[in-house]
Design a protein around this ligand. Structure first.
Ligand code: SAM
Length: 201
């Protein structure tokens, strides 16, 4: 991490803490205004995992305001890879773009606006790393759409397995663990992750 990127991550972190405090105080905001960001531990973990890959194509499902994108973009910059990130809300993406430019990593990120489930099927490239962090009922349909695009050795990280957790998270864990060629474990980092690797054959 360089100073420029760290400074932007710190700005996000202030916002993340504020949002958590508002939640604890019972203040509710519409989803369109909420960052719902992964937090620094998960950010660091996805950066470590993605940095271990050679020139990876990294796919992020659920950009929101672009916090996790920065951790992934830093890994892309180091490895000669790139990040494709998908988000429904155009205004969030505009903010994410500005912050990535401030952090100096914008050239490593391609933003795609729309429904990720539909856009996955249009992917032309093989995918080496995936962060699943959109609405939880979409994790299973996203994985179904993703499997034909995964390169051997691809790593998948799914967020929010424990907080908020629930039926959708359990369904995803059962589904990913039952897929041929996928090894998968839960990890108690951040709000609870499922980390999986695609190793067919
Ligand atoms: C938990 S937030 C992502 C947080 C982000 N990964 C971070 O750590 O900064 C989930 C985001 O997924 C987006 N989303 C929900 N359904 C989607 C869909 N079908 N396609 C694309 N994005 C979607 C929401 O608009 C929301 O911004």
């Amino acid at each position: 991490m360089d100073d420029k990127l760290n400074a932007v991550l710190d700005l996000y972190y202030e916002r993340i803490l504020k949002e958590r405090q508002e939640h604890a105080d019972g203040i509710s905001r519409p989803a369109s205004e909420r960052f719902m960001a992964v937090g620094p531990q998960t950010g660091q973990l996805i950066n470590i995992l993605a940095r271990n890959l050679k020139a990876p194509t990294i796919l992020e499902l659920g950009t929101s305001f672009g916090y996790s994108t920065l951790w992934l973009a830093e890994a892309a910059r180091r490895t000669g890879g790139r990040v494709i990130t998908m988000e429904l809300e155009r205004e969030k993406v505009a903010f994410a773009r500005d912050m990535a430019a401030r952090a100096g990593v914008e050239e490593h990120i391609e933003y795609r606006i729309g429904d990720a489930v539909e856009m996955i099927s249009e992917l032309k490239d093989g995918i080496d790393f995936v962060l699943l962090d959109l609405w939880k009922n979409l994790y299973v349909p996203c994985l179904e759409a993703l499997i034909p695009h995964l390169r051997s050795g691809a790593v998948l990280v799914a967020d929010n397995m424990v907080i908020p957790g629930g039926e959708d998270a359990r369904r995803y864990q059962e589904f990913v663990r039952s897929q041929p060629g996928i090894l998968s474990v839960p990890l108690s980092v951040g709000t609870g992750l499922e980390v999986s690797r695609f190793l067919p054959g």
